[in-house]
Design a protein around this ligand. Sequence first.
Ligand SMILES: *Cc1c(COP(=O)(O)O)cnc(C)c1O
Length: 408
Amino acid sequence: MNAKPLGPIPPGFATLDGELAIGGLTASALASGGTPCFAYSRSMIEARMAALRAVMPERISIHYAIKANSFSPILELMSQLCDGLDIASGAELAMALAAGAQAARISFAGPGKTDAELEAAISAGVTLNLESEGEAERALACAERLGARPRLAIRVNPDFDLRGSGMKMGGGARPFGVDAERVPALARRIIAAGCEWRGLHIFAGSQALDAEAVIAAQGATLDLAARLAEEIGAPLPALNLGGGFGIPYFAGDIPLDIGRVGEALAGRCAALPPALAGAELAIELGRYLVGEAGVYLTRIVDRKESRGETFLVTDGGLHHQLAASGNFGTVVRRNYPLAIATRFDAEATEVANVVGCLCTPLDRLAERAALPRAEVGDLVAVFCAGAYGASASPADFLGHGRAREMLV
Ligand SMILES: *Cc1c(COP(=O)(O)O)cnc(C)c1O
């Protein structure tokens, strides 16, 4: 039986007493409070931020998109490490404020904001990234009812997208943002209505590993923003350039060269057109900041054979790891990076399927993976679990409940 490759284990994980270790604790120690669980490494997140700061031009602010991982200790850490938090719901607004983030450093994007969400955001003083003309009118009406001056930016649906991106969020007809050609009229309307004008938000896509694609999208974003600012007739106070920095999940994926991205951005920043010269520039990232720093640990509860194949059945599954199961925005299922955490230094000696405990054939954590022989009681680690794991999986499905989360 041929093995299918596993994704690359992110660098930086240690072995202790033969086991995977995170923050100086073995997988067994981390799992002692119960499985399944997520362990997030504080030092890996700090190192990632430091490495990013080192290559990005100083004038670029780094924002964290909290939908990637909204575990409250992570939010507290990210609100200290980053220059701003980007939220996409009223519930995330409450979480960001509870984590101690200043309202002035929070921006709220996302289609379908309700009046209650708009009011909460305006009362708190966060920036609204308007997704449509209709939302703009509702925001202005909410502000009038509240007697408040809203901080408003416009999310632009650009006329290009991020090449090679896993999830396209710009270009063509989209539910996100206002079509670029309609932005100047809307900006003039909300500025005339007396809002605090906060500029533009242009997010072209997600999960890009190709530096040239990111550089091209950032260049196109700066060009578009400059053109729109000219047409609006007012300088841009702020421009959120989006993000889209990806991480390697699958065999053959090559990490994004952020040094190249930083260098190109520095070149552009050194020669900004007048319309952008005074703008606060930001990028917003989710998975790149936290994805590789998280591991999902689940215990093997059964080992069985079926018609010549081995199945390791765990107490976890797609209710915590929808993306690893291949059911969150992927067309062809491929294996995430995964290991037997309690035999981290052992050689692969068999080919096995790792499945979850849900009664659905979709619940696969690894297909035909080459692994050391594992027994009931061993722990499985799924890597790249720091983003879109707990926050993007259907935890109620089949009633097993949420996984524990820890920042260590
Ligand atoms: C989801 C999202 C992000 C974060 O995407 P990542 O791929 O996690 O970096 C950033 N900005 C917006 C507007 C988003 O919707």
